[in-house]
Design a protein around this ligand. Structure first.
Ligand SMILES: CCCCCCCC/C=C\CCCCCCCCCCCCCCCC(=O)SCCNC(=O)CCNC(=O)[C@H](O)C(C)(C)COP(=O)(O)OP(=O)(O)OC[C@H]1O[C@@H](n2cnc3c(N)ncnc32)[C@H](O)[C@@H]1OP(=O)(O)O
Ligand SMILES: Cc1cc2nc3c(=O)[nH]c(=O)nc-3n(C[C@H](O)[C@H](O)[C@H](O)COP(=O)(O)OP(=O)(O)OC[C@H]3O[C@@H](n4cnc5c(N)ncnc54)[C@H](O)[C@@H]3O)c2cc1C
Length: 664
């Protein structure tokens, strides 16, 4: 029987060229071709099957992950995939694995913090996966506060070695992915102690397991931290615990780009800033922003397709009921998330550029843009992951009861995604970093140092703290300059207000702690301004394809006005806009929802996700939801027998108790 395309009518309504939009979404025609080819390759390979994942026991899931990783590596070599293709393959295989930490943190840590000599020694082995590494920073007692780590690395001048030791229970390394069962090596962050003097936290390459039989080396206790939230999800990862009992490593295994220890035990600092020890985190935070748009677009694709298929109420004369996507409440919850997926995609692309730029500068010993890169990666990681985690849960609710089924794909997506709000820096802790950067920027205004980059708007602070929004009619909100000024005024005024409040404290640190909730809000306002402004900048590019740019303009306006509506309190209390203008923004937003409505299915089709990747019956391309849900239910192990196991022990005796009672 031919599959019916329940969404075909929706697709006919699209008001733009979806094939061209696929290229915009992918970033380039080249990226689109890679993504399209690799996604099909993964979907057609039985080893990469994942529909049974949430049913597997932890041990089986872990073994399945090892099998997939080994198979992926084999295919990468056989097909001679480029780095971009390999990363795309990892994305579509869609299962967290030790390889993420090996490629995503261990190798970048050596590249960013190792000397040329160290890179030449370690990287070839790591690239060939002859050694497998992880990133062992967090401890049982300290994660956010990196300076509070307790593991020690004491220099022994007699043997020219460091002695790595876990002095307390709380110094046990705890959480590193890939550590629990797989990694042979780790970059371990420990306090460098020379001659009793503590030089702070540094990175060290430490071998953990034998390359012959995988057993832990002497002095090393290592294992998995145990089951995590949800079924399937992040349980494919062996997050680990690790303790050192006076483990010795050669001196040349301290990562020495930032600072060095000589044979004589002299500590030397090069002219690169100490903060480069944190450089790997900057790199990963940047990748996490792009990942946010992927996770969000996936949830939105599921909820949008299902909302077009699902009907409730409104039947007239026995005709079909209303598609739930036509309810204004459904639109006002869903369409901003669709717009956010596009917004995060574009800001992720920009952040990738910013990171490449700062890396190039660092290589030329220009450290001037490092603070901004840190603030942008920290802030955007925080804002996009928090919004995405909330959005996935909203998408589940948008799918009603069926969203709660594992086969909707949403519960597992939520469970696997939410730690992104915590790992690579707790989102609040990271926003406080942004706030510090903003307060520093405000304090330097008028000192002759003009703010640049994402804080350039602060250079117009006098205007921004006094300007009046020019909106008089709802359509005035469609002007990018009006939107930008409202967001700039809000962000500038919130930062300036925090700076003023801070100046009243004699002890700035005390003031910072006291005002931290307001500071976090100012940081969010600044980050949202960046996202809005990068979306607007994207639209200034030449974007080919019938109707493509127009759709993106609509999405950009939806994103900005949705934020404005959501944070109306900020905009009005800072006087950036009036209550009347807030109401006009909301009026315009409603019109935009109606405008985008005909194209929403095509807008999620533009993500070009295979049914394999989506992993959702509710989101399948053909929309044949009910038949698939019905068929899937019968595949559940509980339905393998008509009468359940345990009937004779536990159900029958209860059912029969009235007979016994009657006999008594
Ligand atoms: C089965 C499938 C298999 C398929 C296989 C296919 C094969 C594979 C092929 C290819 C695959 C490719 C895959 C790649 C995948 C990549 C994805 C990677 C995913 C990783 C998943 C994530 C895992 C999570 C890992 C972690 O969580 S690691 C631990 C993270 N920890 C933190 O983030 C800790 C947070 N805390 C801090 O960062 C700091 O403590 C602090 C909060 C910043 C405070 O620090 P400190 O006390 O030192 O600072 P301050 O006094 O506040 O600041 C001092 C100054 O320093 C500045 N600063 C701070 N940080 C930085 C920084 N990072 N950079 C620059 N500057 C910084 C700060 O601003 C201050 O400046 P000042 O001018 O004010 O002095
Ligand atoms: C799935 C997963 C994978 C991970 N992988 C790795 C890995 O590969 N390698 C690695 O080294 N680590 C890893 N981690 C650890 C991770 O980086 C830390 O958990 C993270 O940095 C948060 O630190 P924490 O757990 O100490 O949280 P805490 O700092 O204890 O946070 C607890 C609460 O305190 C609040 N808080 C903390 N400090 C402040 C402050 N200054 N002001 C206001 N509020 C504050 C936080 O907002 C939060 O609400 C992983 C964690 C998870 C969950």
């Amino acid at each position: 029987m031919e599959a019916v395309d329940y969404l075909a009518e929706e697709r006919r309504k699209a008001e733009f060229d979806v094939e061209e939009m696929k290229i915009v979404w992918a970033g380039s025609r080249h990226a689109y071709e890679i993504s399209d080819r690799v996604s099909r390759l993964v979907a057609s390979d039985p080893v990469f099957r994942k529909d049974n994942r949430t049913m597997l026991s932890r041990k089986d899931l872990f073994k399945d992950t090892l099998r997939k990783a080994a198979h992926a590596w084999k295919r990468i070599i056989e097909l001679r995939l480029s780095e971009e293709e390999a990363k795309t393959l990892r994305f579509y295989v869609d299962q967290p694995a030790y390889t993420d930490l090996h490629w995503g943190m261990f190798i970048p840590a050596i590249k960013g913090q190792g000397t040329e000599e160290q890179q030449q020694k370690w990287l070839p082995m790591a690239y060939k996966m002859q050694i497998i590494g992880c990133y062992a920073q967090t401890e049982l007692g300290h994660g956010s506060n990196v300076q509070g780590l307790e593991t020690t690395a004491k220099f022994d001048p007699q043997t020219d070695e460091f002695v790595i030791h876990s002095p307390t229970l709380t110094s046990s390394k705890w959480w590193p992915g890939g550590l629990g069962k797989v990694s042979t090596h780790a970059v371990v962050y420990a306090r460098l102690i020379i001659d009793g003097q503590d030089h702070g936290v540094h990175g060290f390459i430490v071998q953990l397991r034998s390359l012959d039989d995988h057993s832990p080396l002497p002095g090393i206790t290592v294992g998995d931290v145990g089951m995590k939230f949800g079924s399937g999800a992040y349980n494919s990862m062996d997050n680990g615990v690790l303790r050192f009992d006076h483990v010795r490593i050669p001196r040349n295994q301290m990562l020495m780009r930032v600072s060095q220890v000589t044979r004589e035990g002299k500590y030397m600092q090069s002219d690169v800033p100490r903060q480069l020890v944190y450089g790997t985190m900057v790199y990963v935070r940047q990748t996490i922003v792009s990942d946010a748009s992927r996770a969000l677009s996936r949830a939105v694709c599921i909820a949008t397709r299902y909302s077009a298929v699902r009907r409730q109420f409104g039947s007239q004369n026995g005709g079909p009921e209303t598609q739930v996507i036509n309810y204004k409440t459904q639109q006002s919850r869903l369409f901003p998330l669709l717009a956010s997926a596009y917004a995060f995609k574009f800001v992720g692309e920009w952040l990738k550029w910013l990171y490449a730029d700062v890396t190039q500068r660092l290589e030329a010993n220009d450290f001037s843009t490092l603070p901004e890169a840190h603030a942008c990666t920290a802030g955007l990681k925080s804002v996009t992951t928090s919004a995405t985690a909330d959005a996935i849960e909203e998408c589940r609710k948008l799918c009603g009861g069926h969203g709660y089924l594992s086969s909707s794909g949403l519960p597992e997506l939520f469970a696997v995604y939410i730690p992104a709000c915590t790992y690579e820096g707790d989102n609040i802790v990271l926003l406080l970093q942004v706030a510090r950067f903003l307060m520093k920027t405000v304090s330097q205004l008028g000192s002759g140092k003009n703010p640049v980059g994402t804080t350039a708007y602060m250079g117009r602070v006098e205007h921004l703290t006094q300007c009046n929004c020019e909106v008089q009619r709802a359509e005035d909100w469609l002007k990018p300059s009006v939107i930008l000024e409202a967001f700039e005024a809000r962000a500038a005024r919130m930062s300036v207000a925090c700076a003023k409040s801070l100046s009243k404290f004699s002890n700035p640190e005390e003031g910072f702690a006291e005002l931290s909730a307001d500071l976090v809000e100012a940081a969010v306002a600044h980050c949202q301004l960046i996202i809005v402004s990068k979306f607007i900048e994207k639209l200034q590019q030449d974007i080919p394809g019938k109707g493509v740019k127009r759709q993106l303009e609509t999405l950009c306006n939806i994103y900005a006005l949705y934020l404005l509506h959501k944070h109306l309190g900020d905009f009005i209390s800072t006087g950036s806009i009036s209550p009347k203008q807030g109401a006009l923004a909301n009026e315009q937003l409603r019109l935009l929802y109606s405008q985008v409505r005909p194209s929403v299915i095509a807008l999620v089709d533009a993500f070009n996700y295979t049914d394999h990747y989506l992993g959702s019956i509710l989101g399948c391309y053909d929309g044949n939801v009910y038949q698939k849900l019905y068929d899937e239910a019968w595949k559940d192990p509980l339905n393998e027998t008509v009468v359940p196991d345990g009937y004779h022990e536990y159900i029958r005796p209860i059912l029969k108790q009235h007979i016994r009672n009657a006999r008594l």
